[in-house]
Structures are given as structure tokens and as C-alpha cells.
Design a protein around this ligand. Sequence first.
Ligand code: ASP
Length: 584
Amino acid sequence: MLRTHTCGELRKQNTGEEVTVSGWVQRLRDKGGMVWIDIRDRYGITQLMFEEGVCEPAVMEAAKKVGREDVISASGKVVDRISKNDKILTGEVEIRVRQLTTLNKSKLPPFLIEDETDGGEELRMKYRYLDLRRNPVRKNLEFRHKMMQQTRTFLDSKGFIEIETPVLIKSTPEGARDFVVPSRMSPGEFYALPQSPQTFKQLLMVAGFDKYFQLVKCFRDEDLRADRQPEFTQIDCEMSFISRQDIIETFESLTRHLFKTMLNLEVDPFPVMSYGEAISNYGSDKPDTRFGMTFVELNKVAQGKGFNVFDQAELVVGINAVGCSEYTRKQLDELTDFVRKPQIGAKGMVYVKCNGDGTFKSSVDKFYSQEDLKQWSNAFGSNPGDLLLILSGEGGSTRKAMNELRLHMATLLELRKKGDFKPLWIVDFPLLEWDEETQRFHAMHHPFTSPNPEDMHLLESDPGNVRANAYDLVINGVEIGGGSIRIHDRGIQQQMFKALGFTDEEAKAQFGFLMDAFEYGAPPHGGIAFGFDRICAVFSGQESIRDFIAFPKNTSGRDVMIDTPSKISVDQMKELSIKLDLKQ
Ligand code: ASP
């Protein structure tokens, strides 16, 4: 038998038992007549002890020869440990080893297999199987596993059934590029990998599966960031005969269930905020509501006093950094540098210090009297000791920059607390977004989203003002997921494609199958999808989803361990009718 117990299992009550454990060598301490080896598996660490005179000389010698990460198996008696280690659960005992077998030797690992490692990101990814031996990464994957089980348990208990949809499909538009797969049997033709199972889950509704879910891989070819991967997992759901409210309630319950079972947290009911409110108060459709610092518009009080920059601006908007009036010149300059960074894009920043004595000191004192500044302060409801930070310019870009400044200030002031969770729903998104570059409307969610019933009549005459019957779940400034009530009527779907600039032929060629299905008794339906890797990261208070994925890609979309994307052979290319680049 290679093991009777795992390396995380033995306790005081096991003392006296004869046991065998197997695992990896974490550490070796050789004190001549005594040798200790820490043996590790995914359950924990157990101390092995070898004593001259107690174990055979050959065993003693073998113990001295083991190296880090060798796979060994040791048998002996569980004994009380003299110097206890209360940091680990097995810390009260050790095994007095009689027999030791090296099952496999290991080369010296390229980085330390410890919680804090000396390995850089690239090295850790190249040897991901070693990185996965480290506690923090292993724990993330265990967390992910539990989250998956809890998701399935909850949805199953509510009558949802999990149905797999195909991976080799035709484009499903979710706003990214498709990954495509050439077909051997149909030369010159391609499958697309699903950006989501959107059309299939809708077809399942037509088929009568009124509650569907799937923990599903989706593929999107877009630029990568810490919270994006080219392949990622969604909790994808769809329901029939429901209203927006039903979806919100069901998936709020799922989220609560996850908070409760994963983190033992009861969270307040999730507020619902309109898109318009989110943009005007936070400059973002995914506001972090763990802290206030909401936007205050100052056009009325700040314009018309001869300060050109404000007078010419479409929007003058500010936030109140409570208690920051003592900021130094240097700190204020740093904030100005921050908003001027190209990715933030503001031209400058105006500040007003609300001094302790009730006076004001601003960067625009030349143009504004104490009385004027008092009015600004009233607009913010600020107190002596506060600092007002103000940006101005074109509406959209100024709000965006202000959003960044608000988040930056909250980070500086440590207001974005880990362990504090503020979920909310955002509703009433615009259905369509005008794209200057292509000079046409794009679906803000996707083209299957139903217009808000009250705005249906505007679809032809004023498409830009139609609100979508859609919703997003946001937690702590991160978009966890979103969905919508769908169009289930062929005519309206056709109208929608028209608004998006598709000709009838294009719409038919790409989505004829769905519109055809709508003619065979499509029930009213709607759904939602949560980014599963993201939920894992947000619940754990981490920014990157990468460490919740066993084998992630790097920011260039490469898997550096298996070294892909990679070339294929000339024969494979011929078989796939891919033209050869003869220069290669
Ligand atoms: N398919 C959508 C997405 O991937 C979610 C939905 O509308 O249900 O974002």
C-alpha cells in the first residue's frame, strides 16, 4: 500500500499507529544523527523523523539523499512531537520512520514551491504543474471546484437542467472576434468557436426546456487584460415564461447562495440602479459602491465667471475626497499627473481645499471668490477638512476620467476593502450604441436582446433612444455578468437586424435558423450569464482571474507551457486546404 493516510490527516489521536504516507519532499533538515523531512501532498504537510540507531543505517542514508520535490513513501509509527508546530494541523505529531522508498526523483525545481515563491509569472506559467503544487494556487482551484458544485446544486434544486451545446459552431456575436477552425471536409469553410451559447440556449427554450444552465467554455478573440482570457467559463442560463424581475430574483438568490456557502456571508438585498443613474453618479456602468464619493455636477455654479476652461466645457464635475484638505502640493501634483496620463486623458484638474477655518483655497482662486467656492462646497455638501477634485470637458470622456480618479482616490484612501461586498443590478441600458468608426449602430448587449416594451415604438424612428430589457450584475466595480429578456418574434428580430444595418440576406444567412425557429412556437424567454472565473476572483478579493484557471494563457494569448499557438505541418495545412505561404 502506498499510503494509509494523506499528509494532512494525522493528529494526536493517531499516536501509536503504524502508518504509510506518500508525497513530495518539501524540506530536509540533516542534523547528523537525526534527519527530518517534511512530506507534502495536496492535503497538507507531515513531518518525518529519522533517528540513528532507531532506523536501519540504509534508511538513514536514503533519507539524507532525498532532494526537494522527490516523490517518496515512508512507513513508521506516529509519535508525539517534541517541538509542536501550531501553524499546521498535523503539527502535534511526526512519523518515526522505519521504511523509506523513493518512488521518483525530481530535478531541482526552477522556483521555490512555497507560498511566497521566487518564480516570476513567465517561469511559473512555463512550469504550471509545479506552480499548482503551491498552496495559494491550489486553494484557488479548490475554491473554484466548490463554487462549481454549489452553482450546480443550487440551479439543480431550482429545476434547471444542464445541457451541453456544441463547440464547433457558427459565429455568435457577443462583440468580440471569433476564433475559427478550418474544416477538412468542407474545403475553404470554417467553424467558429462560441463566444457564448446564446443562440443554442434560445433554441432550447423553443424546444421546451424552460430552465437551462451550463457551466460552459466560451471563446473570444480580444485583447487580454488581468480579468480576461481568450477562453473562459460562464454560468450560462436561460428561462421561459419569465419577466425581468423573475430573472433578477433567481440569480440574486444564486449569488446569495454562493456568498453564504462559499464565504458564510449574508448580503443585503441587491439595489437596482438605472444605467443613466450609474453614468451620472459614477461615470461607469459598473460602479464600485463600497464607498460614496459620487459625482457632483457643477455647471450651474461654476460657469459664467470668466474661467474659460469651465465656460467652454460641456460638463464640469467633481468628487469630494473627505478629510483630504491637508494634501500637499506634491500630492495634488501627483493627482494631476494621474488624470493627465494618456489612458485617463484629462487635460488638468482643479482642486478646492475646504480649510479647517471655513475658508477655501483653490487652484482657480483668480476666477472665483470665497462666496463662489462656498456655493460649490454647498453643492457637494462638503465640510471643513474636505478636498474637492474637479474635471471638465466633453461629457463622456470627462465622466470616464472622473471615474478613474474616483477609483484611484478610493484606493489611496483604502476605501476598497477586501471582504466587503456590494452587489447591485444595473438596468435600462441603451439597446443600441452608435459607432462613429463604422457609422452604424451596434447592439450594446447582443442583437437578441428585446427592447424595453415601453420603447418598442421608437425602434424605427429613434433607435438611439430605445432602452434594452437587459440587466447586469456588478460586484465591487466588476461586471459579474449580464443578460436580457429576448426577442421571440420573427418580425421584431428582423426589425432589430435592420436597425443594426444588416440586409435581409445577411440576417438570413447568419441567423435564419433562429428566426425560422421563432415561427414554431417560441415562448417568451430571457436569461443571463455570469463570468465564472471572475466570480471566483471577486469572491476571493483578487484582481486576476488567471490564478483561478488551471492552465491559463498569458497576456499575448500564449500557453507558454505547451507552447501554443504553434505552426502545423505542411500536410495538415494541405488537408485543411490552407494556402501555403511559400516563403516560409
Ligand atoms: N450571452 C450573453 C453573454 O455572454 C449572456 C446572456 O445574454 O445571457 O454575455
